[in-house]
Design a protein around this ligand. Structure first.
Ligand code: KG4
Ligand code: ZN
Length: 335
C-alpha cells in the first residue's frame, strides 16, 4: 500500500511517500527554523503562514522524488493532532483536499505515534510490543507500545517537556533556537560534573517527570552568575545540564523496563538526536542485555515519513476519517 503523508504540526512542512509502512520513497522536509530564530522560538502565526506557502511545493517534490503521481497513491495520511492548531490546520486541510479530489481514504495520525513509527522505517525487524521513550519539544512520555495502535502511557511529564526545558535554558544562555541542539553540541566539550542540578522527580510517582524545577534551577544559576558578574563555563554548564536531563530520562526508562519486563526499548522524538542521551541509554541497555532502537538522526525530528509509516498501521486498524476531520491541539495518545 502506497501512502502519501503530510506533517505540519510545528515548524517543519513535510511530505513523504511510504510503502507498507516501512519503505520510504521520498521524505521532503522544509524547515522554518530560520524564520523563527530571531524570535527565540516558534511563533505560531508565522508557522501557519510558512506552511501555507510551502505545502504545495513540498508535496509536489515528494511525489516527483518518489517517481509517482497521485494516481499511484492508495491513501493520504496526515498529522491531525497534537500540535500548534493553526499549523495543523494547514496540513489537515491540504490532505482533505487531496483525498477528496483523488477519492482516496484519509488517515489522521497522532504526531507522537508517528515519532515512535520512525523506528519502523529504520528497523524492518522491529515490531510491537516494546517500551518507548518519546522526548520532543512538547512531550516526554514512557509508553508501553502493546501493538501498532495500542498504547499504555506509564510515565509522563507533569509540566515542561524535556525539549522545552532544553530550549528555555538555552534561550537564557543566549543560544539560538532550537536550543536543545546547541546545548547538545556545547555539552560534548564540557565537564558534566561541574554544575549541580536537582533531579526532575515527582514525589510518589517514580515514572513521571517534572522538568520545570530543573529548568528554574538552571535559569537561576545563570541569573545569579550574571548578577555577580561571574563567567559561566557554557560548555560545562551545558554538559552538566544535559547530563541531568539524560540521567533522569534513562533512569526512569530503565525502571519502567525492569518493572514491565520489556527487553526491547525504543527511543523517539526530536530530543532523541541528543548524543549524551543516545550514548547513556545505549550503555545502560547493553549492560542489561536490552535491545535498543534509536532513529537515525534525519528521522529524529519532525518528518512526514514517520506519519506515512504510522498511517499504514492506522489504516490496517480501520482508523480512517471523513471530510469532517478537524485538527486538535491536544489529544491523548491512547485514544
Ligand atoms: O520532535 P520535535 O522535532 O518537534 C516536536 O514534536 O516538538 O522536537 C523538537 C525538540 C526541540 O525542543 C529541540 O530543541 C529538541 O527537540 N532537540 C534536541 C536536539 N535536537 C533537537 N534536544 C537536545 N539535543 C539535540 N541534539
Ligand atoms: Zn515532533
Amino acid at each position: 500500500m502506497t501512502i502519501f503523508a503530510i506533517e505540519s504540526s510545528c515548524d517543519e512542512t513535510s511530505a513523504a511517500v511510504v510503502i507498507d509502512g516501512r519503505k520510504v520513497l521520498s521524505n521532503i522536509v522544509a524547515s522554518q527554523i530560520e524564520k523563527h530564530k530571531i524570535y527565540g522560538g516558534v511563533v505560531p502565526e508565522i508557522a501557519s503562514r510558512e506552511h501555507i506557502a510551502a505545502i504545495s511545493g513540498v508535496a509536489r517534490e515528494a511525489l516527483s522524488q518518489a517517481g509517482v503521481t497521485m494516481e499511484d497513491i492508495d491513501a493520504v495520511a496526515v498529522t491531525a493532532w497534537p500540535g500548534l492548531i493553526g499549523a495543523l490546520l494547514v496540513g489537515v486541510n491540504f490532505a482533505k483536499g487531496l483525498a477528496l479530489s483523488y477519492q482516496k481514504p484519509l488517515i489522521p495520525v497522532h504526531h507522537i505515534r508517528g515519532h515512535v513509527a520512525a523506528n519502523y522505517i529504520a528497523f524492518p525487524e522491529l515490531k510491537p510490543p516494546f517500551l518507548a521513550l518519546v522526548v520532543s519539544g512538547g512531550h516526554t512520555n514512557i509508553i508501553e507500545v502493546r501493538d501498532y495502535t495500542d498504547y499504555n502511557v506509564l510515565g509522563q511529564t507533569r509540566d515542561d517537556a524535556a525539549g522545552e526545558c532544553f530550549d528555555k535554558v538555552a534561550r537564557v544562555m543566549g543560544l539560538q533556537y532550537p536550543g536543545g541542539v546547541q546545548i547538545g553540541k556545547l555539552a560534548e566539550k564540557g565537564d558534566d560534573k561541574k554544575y549541580h542540578f536537582p533531579s526532575p522527580s515527582v514525589d510518589g510517582e517514580p515514572l513521571n517527570f517534572s522538568f520545570s524545577g530543573l529548568k528554574t534551577a538552571a535559569i537561576n544559576l545563570l541569573h545569579n552568575a550574571d548578577q555577580k558578574s561571574e563567567v559561566i563555563d557554557k560548555e560545562s554548564f551545558s554538559a552538566s545540564f544535559n547530563r541531568a536531563v539524560a540521567d533522569s530520562l534513562v533512569e526512569r526508562l530503565i525502571l519502567a523496563a525492569e518493572k514491565t519486563g520489556y527487553k526491547a526499548i525504543v527511543l523517539a522524538g526530536g530530543v532523541s538526536a541528543n548524543t549524551m542521551l543516545r550514548d547513556e541509554l545505549k550503555s545502560e541497555c547493553d549492560r542489561r542485555k536490552m535491545t535498543l532502537y534509536m532513529p537515525p538522526l534525519p528521522l529524529c525530528g519532525d518528518n512526514a515519513a514517520m506519519i506515512g509509516s504510522q498511517g499504514y498501521y492506522e489504516y490496517l486498524s480501520g482508523n480512517t476519517a471523513g471530510m469532517a476531520l478537524n485538527a486538535k491541539a491536544s489529544k491523548e495518545l491512547a485514544i
